[in-house]
Design a protein around this ligand. Structure first.
Ligand code: URA
Length: 217
C-alpha cells in the first residue's frame, strides 16, 4: 500500500529529530528537516541550515530565504507549491561548509524525502546540493539553468545558491533568468520521460559515486 507523502515526511522528520549519526546531530543544533507541500512537483535542495533556520526549525527563512521567496515569485510559485529542504539537516557551527561525514549522514534522509514526495524536478541550490546528484560536474557556470535528467527518471535543475547572489550582485539576474525557465522545465519533465545526459553519473537516489569538489557555488 502507498504511504501518504505527508505521513512519510512526518516519520522522516521524527527520525531527523532523533538523529545522532554525526556531530551536528549530537551538538546543540535544532533539526531543520524541510517544509512545504508533500505533493510538490518541484523540490528545492539547499546546503545546510544557518542561524535563522536553526532558530525557526525551517529552511531558508533568513536573508537567502527572502531572496529565494522573490525568485519563487519570478517562477510563478510560492512556498505552498514546493518542498524545500537541505542536504544537511542540522546547522554546521558558524555556518561552515558541511563536512563529508555530515553530508553522508544525511543522505538517507534526502533519499527518503525524494521517495516520499516523488517530485518531477529537483532544483539544486549550490554546489553541495548539485554534487549529490552529479558528483563530477566541476563548474556551476557550465550547467546552471539546464534540465539534467538522471537515470532514475528525475530531472535535476542546477541553480546557483541564493546566498551567492547576496555576495555577488551580478548573480541575481542569472538566478532570475534560471527561475523564469522553471515552469518550462517542469512542463517538459511532466510530458517527456527523462533521458539521462552524460555530464556525470547520477548519485542520489540511485548508484553512489564519490563526490568531487566543484569550483564554484
Ligand atoms: N542556506 C541554505 O543552504 N539553506 C538554508 O536553509 C538557509 C541558507
Amino acid at each position: 500500500m502507498e504511504v501518504d507523502p505527508g505521513t512519510a515526511l512526518r516519520e522522516i522528520d521524527s527520525q531527523i529529530a532523533r538523529c545522532k549519526r554525526c556531530k551536528l546531530g549530537m551538538g546543540g543544533a535544532h533539526p531543520v528537516p524541510g517544509s512545504g507541500n508533500p505533493h510538490a512537483s518541484i523540490m528545492f535542495v539547499g546546503e545546510a541550515p544557518g542561524f535563522y533556520e536553526d532558530q525557526a526549525g525551517l529552511p531558508f527563512v533568513g536573508p537567502a530565504g527572502k531572496l529565494l521567496d522573490g525568485l519563487l515569485e519570478v517562477a510563478g510559485l510560492s512556498r505552498k507549491d514546493v518542498f524545500i529542504t537541505n542536504v544537511v539537516k542540522h546547522r554546521p557551527p558558524a555556518n561552515r561548509d558541511p563536512e563529508p561525514d555530515e553530508l553522508e549522514a544525511c543522505d538517507d534522509f534526502l533519499r527518503a524525502q525524494i521517495a516520499a514526495i516523488k517530485p518531477q524536478v529537483i532544483v539544486t541550490l549550490g554546489r553541495f546540493s548539485l554534487s549529490k546528484f552529479f558528483p563530477n560536474v566541476r563548474a556551476m557556470r557550465d550547467v546552471h539553468g539546464r534540465a539534467l535528467p538522471t537515470s532514475d527518471g528525475l530531472t535535476i535543475c542546477a541553480m546557483y545558491h541564493p546566498a551567492a547572489a547576496l555576495h555577488q550582485n551580478s548573480l541575481r539576474a542569472v538566478l532570475e533568468q534560471d527561475f523564469r525557465a522553471l515552469p518550462m522545465i517542469l512542463a517538459r519533465a511532466q510530458s517527456q520521460p527523462a533521458t539521462p545526459v552524460t555530464v556525470a553519473q547520477a548519485a542520489l537516489p540511485g548508484v553512489e559515486t564519490p563526490p568531487e569538489q566543484m569550483s564554484l557555488f
